[in-house]
Design a protein around this ligand. Structure first.
Ligand SMILES: *Cc1c(COP(=O)(O)O)cnc(C)c1O
Length: 237
């Protein structure tokens, strides 16, 4: 079954990249990005041992989560509108895409209603492209301080999505910059802020991201096969 084979191959590549960087392969977690795939593909991957799945679109996630029969965990990785947060409250273990205080406030409100805490990553727009989501590098520390003050959120680290390069080496400076920013934030020792996670790297460049310190790699097409081309999910759901 091709999903099982692909997963095995990705795990081998993750382990090799980690070892090459002098890191423990277990320090890199694979987020299988299942957007546009149906629930049966998620179940197939889950039966091959994959537990963690990433989704970009609220409605798609809610529908799919109800259809999946295996026990899995979800991360939300796409652009998120505040008015959709309620639908995924309690459903996802982590949100990778917190890029503004208003969104963080709504996450705090919705998880608070459930008496729970949401793990979040601050998404950083290192490229400063107008079309991409993410806080500007210069604003990250301020945003982290404000988000950290919210009781039902816990900041675990940073996430970024570089522009697309044919050569994965093109993404390296962006990954390196995210790592530098995370060390800068960590040095501030802000209460309730951990900088343990770096969500970076996709099918085309996860090995480079691991070399630069990624702890969560978000891999879709290398597991499930090519999607219709939609490289940059700028559209907010
Ligand atoms: C689609 C997507 C991915 C996975 O992309 P692939 O190239 O299919 O691995 C990772 N992160 C985000 C935010 C995405 O939208």
């Amino acid at each position: 079954m091709f999903i099982a084979d692909n997963l095995k191959f990705i795990h081998e590549r993750i382990a090799a990249a980690a070892l090459k960087a002098g890191r423990d392969p277990a320090s890199v977690l694979l987020v299988a990005v299942s957007k546009t795939r149906d629930a049966s593909a998620v179940d197939d991957a889950a039966r091959s041992g994959q537990r963690l799945f990433g989704e970009n679109y609220v409605q798609e996630l809610v529908t799919k989560a109800a259809q999946v029969s295996e026990s899995v965990a979800w991360h939300f990785i796409g652009g998120l509108q505040s008015n959709k947060v309620r639908q995924i409250a309690g459903l996802v273990e982590m949100i990778h895409s917190v890029d503004r205080l208003s969104l963080a406030r709504e996450i705090d409100r919705q998880w608070g209603r459930l008496g729970k805490t949401c793990n979040v990553l601050i998404q950083v727009n290192i490229a400063c492209e107008a079309s991409k989501c993410g806080a500007n590098s210069a604003d990250v520390l301020g945003l982290v301080r404000n988000v950290a003050a919210l009781p039902h959120l816990r900041i675990k680290g940073l996430m970024t999505m570089p522009p697309f390069f044919d050569d994965p080496e093109g993404a390296r400076p962006y990954f390196r910059e995210l790592k530098r920013l995370s060390e800068l934030v960590a040095a501030e020792r802000i209460l309730k802020v951990e900088m343990t996670e770096l969500s970076m790297g996709m099918s085309g460049d996860f090995e480079v991201a691991i070399a630069e310190g990624a702890t969560l790699v978000r891999v879709g097409s290398a597991i499930f096969g090519e999607r219709e081309r939609q490289r940059s999910p700028v559209q907010r759901t």
